[in-house]
Design a protein around this ligand. Structure first.
Ligand SMILES: [Zn+2]
Length: 191
């Protein structure tokens, strides 16, 4: 009998502690501040793009023809305009050992930064197509590419103009990767 009462008291004690934890958590939630992260994306059609933007988008669209995407059949092209006006384009490169491949954005940026290490990247455009044709929705960069784009901006201390092409509409991000990668990790944390 004594054991039963001891067990009962133990269960109630645990329940009481859980109740206190639950109450204190809900109290803390009430006192939390909110941080609002704004991302401004301009939406327009291809025809509404500035001529200079259309030129770099066209380079990305044309590059999709050179994509090596034999496994996904998802052909991505990227193009950048450098500070000296040079335009560099690249594509995704797949591999039978899947992680060995690379996205179009990183292929393009790594090549551009290798060949023109003193030229900041001012504009980046991305386009994609499948067997059905060009994507209707704007194609966004993956998370890993966002991190590399951010690093490139930090390297040259210059935010890029980023244009995501879609056949139906395009997204234009004017203030660089911080808009697409908020709360990002950068070299500042390593100091
Ligand atoms: Zn990527």
């Amino acid at each position: 009998m004594r054991n039963i009462w001891a067990k009962f008291a133990q269960i109630n004690c645990v329940g009481f502690v859980l109740l206190i934890i639950k109450r204190s958590c809900s109290l803390n939630v009430k006192h939390m501040k909110e941080m609002v992260l704004n991302t401004v994306v301009k939406v327009c059609s291809y025809d509404e793009l500035q001529p200079a933007d259309r030129e770099i988008v066209d380079a990305a669209r044309a590059a999709t023809a050179n994509s090596y995407a034999v496994y996904s059949n998802f052909n991505v092209g990227a193009a950048v305009r450098l500070a000296d006006g040079t335009v560099v384009a690249g594509t995704n490169q797949e591999n039978a050992a899947y992680p060995s491949g690379l996205c179009a954005e990183r292929t393009t940026l790594f090549w551009a930064n290798s060949q023109y290490p003193t030229q900041a990247v001012e504009v980046l455009a991305i386009a994609a197509r499948t067997a059905q044709g060009e994507l209707e929705k704007p194609i966004p960069p993956c998370g890993a590419c966002r991190q590399v784009i951010l690093e490139t901006e930090k390297r040259f201390n210059k935010a890029m103009r980023i244009i995501l092409y879609g056949a139906k509409e395009c997204y234009v991000i004017e203030d660089g990767m911080k808009a697409l990668l908020p709360l990002s990790f950068d070299a500042g944390f390593l100091e």
